[in-house]
Design a protein around this ligand. Structure first.
Ligand code: HEC
Length: 123
């Protein structure tokens, strides 16, 4: 193959890729890959601690009826035996975020995001 032909082929490939991949079409699957944004302190903690081994999909596919006790047990299980490098003081805020965003207490945050966190006050 001569150099001109290679250059022409490369240019054609480049142009066709450019034409077919408009930037607007490149979209990450936000719904499942990452955690739902929240003003609760556990949101950032989840981003930092819960995406080391798997995406947020395991969390978002849990039943919406999951209780605080369920999330507490699940987060503790990630630490031991699964080995998540979680600080003990971060477990409660993460559980609070999860139960209010994905679990049984979800309605509170969805309907009234301005409501202050009642971490540790309920039940
Ligand atoms: C050290 C790696 C690791 C980290 C960090 C981690 N997980 Fe997991 N997680 C796992 C493994 C392993 C499984 C089980 C996967 C399987 O069964 O296929 C799992 C499964 C899950 C499941 C599915 C339900 C279940 O009980 O198996 C949920 C929900 C979950 N993780 C939430 C979290 C949350 C929330 C965090 C942050 C606090 C977190 N994970 C951090 C390793 C981790």
């Amino acid at each position: 193959m001569n150099n001109k032909l290679i250059a022409a082929f490369a240019a054609a490939t480049f142009v066709s890729q450019f034409a077919s991949a408009s930037p607007k079409e490149i979209k990450l699957p936000q719904e499942t890959a990452t955690y739902k944004a929240s003003t609760l302190p556990g949101y950032n903690l989840a981003l930092q601690n819960c995406m080391i081994c798997h995406s947020a999909q395991y969390v978002s596919t849990q039943p919406p009826t999951s209780s605080r006790a369920y999330w507490d047990a699940t987060v503790k299980k990630m630490k031991k035996p699964f080995g998540a490098p979680l600080k003990d003081e971060n477990i409660e805020p993460i559980v609070d975020y999860l139960v209010k965003t994905y679990g049984a207490e979800a309605q509170n945050t969805v309907k009234d995001p301005a409501r202050p966190s009642t971490a540790g006050m309920s039940k």
